[in-house]
Write a protein that binds this ligand. Structure first.
Ligand code: SF4
Length: 102
């Protein structure tokens, strides 16, 4: 979830619109892609349906420095395909539901 400092001392979430949150997530992801563990891998691996390939993609994500940014981007953009932030679409749906409950 996106948290920003506001004028008070706490770091409670600002009520950005969904579109603004998407743009912030996109900006953060794009600005950090140089640190992505998948930068030299073929993108196809992350969009396979074969369970062994999904496992392989997740293993790469596990060591990725920008995993959280990638996951936030995918959830906010409701990415319905591929492994993002080490998660499958079903796993992201569950995480998104959990976040809505908070
Ligand atoms: S978390 Fe996975 S898909 Fe996302 S940038 Fe990192 S390696 Fe690539």
């Amino acid at each position: 979830m996106i948290h920003e400092k506001n004028n008070s001392e706490d770091s409670s979430p600002i009520n950005f619109s969904q579109e603004t949150r998407r743009l912030i997530a996109y900006d953060r992801l794009v600005n950090n892609l140089g640190s992505a563990a998948c930068k030299d891998k073929g993108v196809e691996l992350f969009f396979e349906f074969d369970s062994s390939k999904i496992k392989e993609a997740k293993k790469i994500c596990a060591d990725c420095e920008i995993k959280d940014l990638c996951l936030d981007f995918a959830i906010l953009n409701q990415e319905s395909n591929g492994v993002w932030g080490g998660t499958t679409p079903d796993e992201r749906n569950r995480i998104a539901c959990t976040r809505r409950l908070r």
